[in-house]
Design a protein around this ligand. Structure first.
Ligand code: FES
Length: 164
């Protein structure tokens, strides 16, 4: 169950909103933040708060790349699969990343650190090929830069990864 603070936050957000479902994505993000992903329980709670059926909310949840219906790792890597990144050999980056981590797209590493997911354009095409790690942008990427980012994340020195 969501804790009381979260329930209050969601109810406050929905107060006075004529069509609560307009806030469905925000509510799913809040629940996901607490549960780590949008598990079945969170989906049912969210649907109830929004006045929707779980199926209606499920349909929205599975539409959005950044709502996770399965558990994800500590770092969620969204590799851009948009057309500009394709033109800049994003497939090489994707292959390299998956090989380094020993996963296929959509999978999480055995140590629970990394999940790799494709996503559509992440909005910084001039720095293609690119990816997001927990919402933080990285690009333009090379295999070497990917290795550097992974190594830094593994070391826990996340601040260093901020440097371009
Ligand atoms: S196509 Fe990759 S950032 Fe736009």
């Amino acid at each position: 169950m969501p804790d009381d603070d979260l329930r209050r936050t969601i109810l406050n957000m929905l107060q006075g909103v004529e069509h609560p479902r307009e806030k469905a994505v925000d509510v799913m993000y809040l629940l996901q933040r607490q549960y780590g992903y949008l598990c079945d329980e969170a989906l049912v709670v969210g649907a109830e708060l929004l006045g929707m059926t779980p199926l209606e909310l499920e349909e929205l949840a599975t539409f959005y790349d950044f709502i996770y219906r399965r558990p994800v790792g500590k770092y969620v890597i969204h590799v851009c699969d948009g057309v500009v990144c394709w033109m800049h050999h994003e497939d090489d980056i994707f292959r390299h990343l998956c090989a380094r981590l020993g996963v296929r797209p959509g999978e999480t590493t055995a140590d629970g650190l990394f999940t790799v997911l494709p996503t559509v354009c992440i909005g910084d095409c001039d720095k293609a090929p690119a990816m997001l790690v927990n919402g933080r942008f990285y690009g333009p990427l090379t295999p070497g830069r990917v290795d550097e980012i992974l190594e830094t994340l593994r070391s826990g020195d996340e601040e260093r990864v901020l440097c371009p």
